[in-house]
Design a protein around this ligand. Structure first.
Ligand SMILES: [Zn+2]
Length: 261
């Protein structure tokens, strides 16, 4: 039997995986990865993210990236674990879609997703660039205690510059209209949201709100773009080693408050 938070997350995830065709077409028109020969497998799918097996409502942390990248074929070729976990994620989503919802198919999907993420996360550059430091070093939590999602549920091809960043923002807004962040927040009720996209900060132009009827997480946003000259700086341009420990203290305080009766 799923826990309450797992059951709500699975409902959310199903809506994403079972994405309406109209939205799929809109994503592709806005620069989303297109399925087809010569492309990495799975561009036809939409990605809800991950709910760790030790995630707890009220004290869990939601980590948020910008958009799923179409894994460069070169990366899949050089890292067999990335290649295998990507195949697992694709196969898990397709199997769930084909089977439809049932207690068995939901549980199988969640387990396959968790196994793949547990193996893949430590190898992802985006995890190592900032989230790992925040979650493991500053919050003393493990990757099984977090949830993960991206603002856009579709993929874009690997980052190639300013034009692509502009299309990412368009894509992100489009996907946020279909799958607003507040719906995931309502499903899993995290103590905090860590988002590696400055424009997704509260009051920014990418996410309407991070608050839901039953959850008001703390939100920390930073410049997560790889190679950016201000990479990992917060909205006040402070470095991760400055703002990170301070954010962690506030989050730990909120977790203690959230757990007390
Ligand atoms: Zn999309």
């Amino acid at each position: 039997m799923p826990t309450d938070v797992e059951a709500r997350w699975l409902d959310y995830a199903w809506d994403v995986v079972d994405c309406p065709d109209s939205h799929r077409r809109a994503c592709e028109a806005a620069g989303g990865g297109i399925p087809g020969p010569g492309r990495v497998d799975g561009n036809d799918l939409r990605w809800p993210g991950y709910l760790g097996r030790d995630y707890c409502e009220g004290s869990g942390v939601l980590c948020v990236g910008a958009v799923h990248r179409e894994a460069p074929l070169a990366m899949e070729a050089t890292d067999p674990i990335i290649a295998r976990t990507n195949r697992e994620l694709v196969a898990g989503a397709r199997t769930w879609l084909r089977a439809g919802r049932s207690p068995q198919s939901d549980a199988a999907y969640l387990e396959r997703l968790r196994s793949a993420y547990e193996e893949a996360l430590p190898r992802w550059p985006r995890w190592r660039r900032h989230f790992r430091t925040l979650v493991e070093d500053y919050l003393s939590m493990s990757s099984t205690q977090i949830a993960w999602t991206n603002l856009a549920k579709c993929r874009v091809s690997i980052d190639r510059g300013a034009a692509e960043r502009a299309s990412q923002a368009t894509l992100t807004r489009l996907c946020q209209r279909q799958f607003p962040a507040r719906e995931l927040v309502e499903a899993i009720r995290p103590a905090a949201v860590l988002v590696a996209v400055l424009g997704a900060r509260p009051g920014g132009d990418l996410v309407e709100t991070w608050h839901s009827p039953r959850a008001a997480p703390l939100v920390f946003a930073w410049q997560g773009q790889s190679g950016h000259d201000r990479m990992n700086t917060d909205p006040a341009a402070r470095r991760l080693s400055e703002w990170g420990p301070e954010a962690a203290e506030r989050i730990k305080w909120a977790m203690r408050a959230g757990r007390s009766p």
